[in-house]
Every structure is written in structure tokens, then in C-alpha cells.
Design a protein around this ligand. Structure first.
Ligand SMILES: [Cu+2]
Length: 124
């Protein structure tokens, strides 16, 4: 009987590990739609970007609100090279900017040194 529990526990452990490392990461968070033309998304900067994958719409003005709560100076700049955006993120303050993607695709955003990454998925 004990063996059965150990076995089930083992299986659950594997499932949890797989979910934690693979499932969670790929989940894109959709920007909140404020109106047909506008959307908004909040990103917490703490040990990386939360969420790290954001889905937005083409030709829709999307406001990004970045809030850095990580003292690591590595994260003090955020860069969206595709949109020619570089912003300094003061600790504990929310920095907002708008982008209007004109093409679909997957674009990267990262810290100033390119050590932490996030993804921006633009869909029709
Ligand atoms: Cu960095």
C-alpha cells in the first residue's frame, strides 16, 4: 500500500514540476481591453517580468504600466527595441507608455543588459 502512495506522489511531483517549468511560462496574458481602440497591461518587474508573455492586438493602442519592485539594478531599464522604447524604471514607481503595433508577430522586451526577457505577441 505504501508503495502505491509513493508512486502516486512521484507522478504528481513530475506533473507539478512539468507544469511549473513549462506550462506556466508559455501562458500569454492578454491586455485588458479598455475600448475598441485601447488596451492596457500591467507588468510587475520582480525577479523578471510578471507576466513575461503578453498578447496584444495589432493597431490597438496599448498602454504598458511597468512597476519595478526589484532592487536589482539590472532591471532598471526596460527596452522594446522593435518599438524604439527605452524607459528607466525607478524602484516602486509605475512607468507607463503606449505602443501601437502595426504588424503582427512576436517581439522581445528585455532589461538594459538583455539578461531578463519578456515576449510581446501581436495578433490580428
Ligand atoms: Cu539586466
Amino acid at each position: 500500500m505504501d508503495k502505491v502512495f509513493v508512486f502516486i506522489g512521484g507522478i504528481l511531483g513530475i506533473i507539478f514540476t512539468a507544469w511549473f517549468f513549462f506550462g506556466k511560462k508559455d501562458e500569454a496574458v492578454q491586455a485588458r481591453s479598455e475600448s475598441p481602440e485601447k488596451a492596457e497591461v500591467d507588468i510587475l518587474v520582480k525577479g523578471g517580468y510578471q507576466p513575461s508573455t503578453v498578447q496584444i492586438k495589432k493597431n490597438k493602442i496599448t498602454t504598458f504600466n511597468f512597476t519595478r519592485q526589484d532592487e536589482n539594478s539590472c532591471l532598471e531599464d526596460v527596452i522594446l527595441s522593435e518599438f524604439k522604447i527605452k524607459r528607466f524604471l525607478p524602484l516602486g514607481k509605475t512607468v507607463s507608455f503606449e505602443i501601437k503595433p502595426e504588424k503582427t508577430g512576436t517581439f522581445d522586451f528585455s532589461c538594459g543588459m538583455g539578461m531578463f526577457h519578456g515576449k510581446l505577441i501581436v495578433k490580428d
